[in-house]
Ligand binder design. Structure first.
Ligand SMILES: Nc1nc2c(c(=O)[nH]1)N[C@H]1C(S)=C(S)[C@@H](COP(=O)(O)O)O[C@H]1N2
Ligand SMILES: [Mo]
Length: 437
């Protein structure tokens, strides 16, 4: 996976135009890459080509051709997605280049995809018979049909969903996993019921400590006794009035790739706590221990560690709220800008459970900063929009940097903060390149 740039440990490759970057630059990915090219870099797919067969092809979603089967040089496409950069095709993982995240509300076609397993293949009867069970430390276990669930009070809110591994490509030595740059984040609008209301109906016992969410996706191995992921949160976060069980995204049934027909949405926490294809909520009397809850998964060392250092499991703690972050969504990096004219730069900023109180912009590598205009979030868990006018004093090469500050005064770091074994929570500032002539 390591390209020449990554070997040198340079994270700055994102300053290049992702649409023009060569596949090699991107470690064998990127929109220009064809299926054969992608194969060369995909060990799993290669294994398949070499004769181990394509297991579980029956369970791949309708309309998708595994890259390993493709005979054409057509780019690998995810139906309905537009301009995303593919990081892995099995499971599907794709991120959105920053300039395509300019919308206030992220539309489906620009929403990143992060799958740990294979999405379920669902027909009409699966949906008609869908049951959400709530069991464990409750007085009255529930089995709710979609129809029953929709009788709970409905809320609609915009929510930032960001993968805990967003920015992983910025850590050196590299951490295993999808090499996300900036685009494993989205802020669509979700409609559904408050988890709190459903849990009140079930009557949470005083022994309840944590939730365990289960989705219907299947394990890559094809072994039906295994599931790819099951995560949860402390009961207090589950009882937060913004934590929801959603059935609509942007006013339509949630797209299949994003969890149709139900998804748990945990605002401000790692995307992995927003379980897709939700069918069970297990209320636990201890910290949940489902797949991707233990070991090093979605955990950080309790203390700062040296890059590359080994950290024992007992020294790792679960990631809760995501850190403050911002992104420049306009202009696209590598802009050619006319000398003497001001440039309006804009983007979004968010801060996990907190809000953003300021965004500042620099065009001189952080020597001086200009305060950006910052909007309030449309709903409490939404990202905030910012914009700033910048004036370039002379022609030449510039970088525009953006830095957000959260409501507690914590700022984004300039470089990747604290290396950690799995490469989580890189909220280093986003920068774009501008040539003024
Ligand atoms: N059932 C299920 N839910 C899941 C996942 C998954 O693999 N299976 N991936 C999680 C992770 S790691 C992230 S970052 C988000 C990504 O949401 P998206 O695919 O809608 O962008 O979904 C989360 N929910
Ligand atoms: Mo994630």
């Amino acid at each position: 996976m390591a390209s020449k740039r990554r070997e040198r440990g340079l994270w700055e490759f994102f300053l290049e135009d992702p649409e023009k970057a060569e596949a090699e630059t991107w470690g064998g990915r990127g929109p220009g890459i064809n299926r054969r090219g992608f194969l060369k870099n995909s060990a799993t797919a290669l294994g398949a080509v070499l004769g181990t067969g394509i297991p579980f092809i029956d369970s791949s979603p309708t309309g998708w051709i595994p890259a390993a089967l493709a005979e054409t040089n057509e780019p690998f496409e995810i139906p309905g997605k537009n301009g995303l950069v593919l990081l892995n095709d099995r499971p599907i993982n794709a991120e959105t280049p920053p300039h395509l995240l300019d919308d206030a509300v992220t539309p489906f076609d620009r929403h990143f995809v992060r799958n740990n397993g294979l999405p379920p293949v669902l027909d009409k009867s699966d949906i008609e018979q869908w049951v959400l069970t709530v069991d464990g430390e409750v007085h009255k276990p529930l089995s709710l049909s979609l129809e029953q669930l929709k009788k709970f009070k409905t809320i609609t809110q915009q929510v930032v969903v960001e993968c805990g591994g967003n920015g992983r490509a910025g850590f050196y030595p590299p951490a295993k996993g999808n090499q996300w740059t900036f685009g494993a984040v989205a802020c669509p609008s979700y409609t559904g019921a408050r988890l709190m209301d459903v849990l009140k109906e079930a009557g949470v016992k005083p022994s309840a400590v944590y939730t365990g969410y289960y989705g219907k996706d299947t394990h890559l191995s094809g072994d039906p006794s295994r599931i790819p992921i099951s995560r949860g949160t402390p009961i207090a976060k589950a009882m937060d009035p913004h934590t929801m069980i959603a059935w609509e995204m942007n006013g339509k049934p949630i797209p299949e790739l994003h969890g149709y027909p139900l998804r748990l949405v945990t605002p401000g926490w790692p995307g992995s706590t927003s379980i897709k294809w939700l069918h069970r909520i297990w209320i636990r009397d201890r910290e949940h221990d489902g797949p991707k809850m233990t070991g090093h998964a979605y955990r950080l060392p309790r203390y700062p560690v040296e890059p590359g250092q080994e950290v024992p499991d007992k020294d790792m703690e679960i990631i809760e709220s995501m850190p403050v972050k911002s992104m420049i969504t306009f202009p696209k990096t590598q802009l050619a800008h006319q000398k003497g004219k001001p440039l309006e730069v804009r983007g979004h900023a968010w801060a996990g459970d907190l809000t953003v109180k300021a965004v500042d912009v620099s065009i001189d590598f952080g020597r001086t900063w200009i305060a950006a205009q910052l909007s309030d979030p449309a709903t409490p868990c939404a990202w905030q929009h910012w914009k700033a006018q910048v004036h370039f004093p002379v022609g030449g090469y510039y970088e525009v940097w953006a830095r957000a500050t959260d409501s507690k005064g914590t700022m984004q770091p300039m470089v990747a903060p604290g290396w950690n074994p799995k490469g989580y929570l890189n909220n280093a500032m986003h920068r774009i390149a501008v040539r003024v002539a």
